[in-house]
Design a protein around this ligand. Structure first.
Ligand code: ATP
Ligand code: MG
Length: 415
């Protein structure tokens, strides 16, 4: 039996990959303008890094990680998200010792053992950014703006920004009591995960995918914020408004990890079935210390590229063209064959996109191939032309043919 790809993985084929390249190029270009620099960290890390860095009570750590023991008896995990690895690298490479804020971005595969469906894969790809070393709310606004800019510049319409503040650990401890008082009478109505999380990390309950209908009257964490938190959140909103980034406040938006602080946010859009979140992020002032570094603050976001691309297709956004072949070379005869092998090499060295036949096909079949590739020109070399040091160049847009010197072929094609 032939092999098949694993559930939840995808082959990104020519014809579709151009959209990926386009989206990734946009991400890189926006990061350049915002002065975020690329970081590439390993695909696997120690399991413990994610247990600590993502959090024991998250879906990811509880049920989604690809964890295995290597031949050296280490427990390793394929990265389920980007932040933990980036923060580890920030600490390990002592970036905190540098005078400026560390502004980093990544693009790459992540792995989560989930039930595959449209918009949910086991190998997914994220574009993410992390800014470490500052508590300035202007940085929160910048990160949120960068994500919004990404969606609008790739051409997505209707992306909404939702923001919230989850305060500080002290604020959450107070809110926890209020929330538990609200949840306790509903305990029997809630799912198994919710009930278990009520005891361990009640804030995470608000994040449940099944039980939202029970939370409409839940208390708002915004009412529990202290002055510092209100101040920070207020400034984030002011800056976003000043920049003209539309947003709404969703007080039930939590990223209930202990190290999340202040701003949390999500980007939402309709079009992938029940899934509406296309990207998310938050401030994590406790994370660097949690994984063994100095007490440095950070904020970041992660954007799902599959969901971005699915939505682009859903909105019938045009695929950027693969680009046509500049010239297709056709050799007639053995001596011409040898010359064409050299010519096609030289044209490519000159920056032209050149192609030829490799299947020993007749002239007619080669012409058809040139048509399929939408070659701008075909160049036909017979033994007679070769003897004169010339080649027949046909402009496929108007059918005109002329004879050009072999050593002037590149110029003739470039016009
Ligand atoms: P969800 O609630 O949909 O499971 P999440 O909270 O697990 O999302 P994050 O960990 O915040 O997602 O990841 C950021 C983004 O990565 C998501 O908004 C989404 O676009 C994308 N993403 C997450 N999990 C997957 C997946 N299994 N397949 C494809 N994209 C994903
Ligand atoms: Mg998830």
């Amino acid at each position: 039996m032939a092999f098949q790809k694993m559930p939840g993985t995808q082959d990104i084929m020519p014809g579709a990959v151009e959209r990926w390249q386009y989206v990734e190029q946009k991400a890189r270009d926006i990061c350049r303008r915002y002065n975020f620099r690329e970081i590439r960290t390993p695909i696997f890390e120690s399991t413990e890094l994610f247990q600590r860095g993502v959090g024991e009570t998250t879906d990811i750590v509880e049920k989604e990680m690809y964890t295995f023991t290597d031949r050296g008896d280490r427990s390793l995990t394929l990265r389920p998200e980007g932040t933990a690895g980036v923060v580890r690298a920030y600490v390990e490479n002592k970036l905190y010792g540098e005078p400026d804020v560390s502004k980093l971005y990544y693009i790459g595969p992540m792995f989560r053992y989930e039930r595959p469906q449209a918009g949910r894969y086991r190998q997914l790809h994220q574009f993410g950014i992390e800014a470490l070393g500052s508590v300035d709310p202007a940085l929160d606004a910048e990160v949120i703006a960068l994500g919004y800019t990404f969606y609008t510049e790739v051409g997505l319409k209707g992306v909404r920004v939702e923001i919230n503040s989850v305060g500080t650990p002290a604020v959450r401890a107070a809110f926890r009591e209020r929330l538990l008082a609200f949840l306790e009478p509903k305990r029997e109505l809630l799912c198994k995960d919710c009930r278990s999380r009520m005891d361990r990390n009640p804030l995470r309950v608000l994040d449940c995918k099944h039980d939202q209908q029970h939370f409409t009257d839940a208390p708002s964490i915004l009412d529990s914020l202290d002055e510092e938190c209100r101040n920070h959140f207020g400034k984030v909103q002011t800056y976003l408004s000043d920049m003209g980034i539309p947003f709404s406040i969703n007080h039930r938006l939590v990223r209930g990890l202990d190290y999340y602080t202040h701003t949390v946010f999500e980007y939402k859009a309709e079009g992938i079935g029940a899934i509406d979140t296309v990207g998310a992020g938050g401030r994590y002032n406790g994370l660097v210390a949690e994984i063994g570094g100095p007490d440095q603050p950070g904020i970041g976001l992660g954007i799902g590229l599959e969901r971005t691309i699915l939505l682009l297709q859903h909105q019938q956004n045009e695929i950027p063209a693969a680009g046509d072949i500049d010239v297709y070379l056709i050799a007639l005869g053995e001596a011409a064959e040898r010359e064409v092998t050299k010519l096609v090499y030289r044209l490519r060295q000159n920056g032209l996109r050149a192609e030829r036949d490799y299947l020993g096909r007749k002239m007619k079949a080669q012409m058809k191939s040139a048509d399929r590739l939408q070659a701008r020109f075909t160049a036909i070399l017979g033994d007679d032309e070769l003897a004169r040091g010339e080649i027949a160049l046909k402009d496929m847009t108007n059918g005109e043919q002329r004879i050009v010197a072999l050593d002037r072929l590149a110029e003739a094609i470039n016009g």
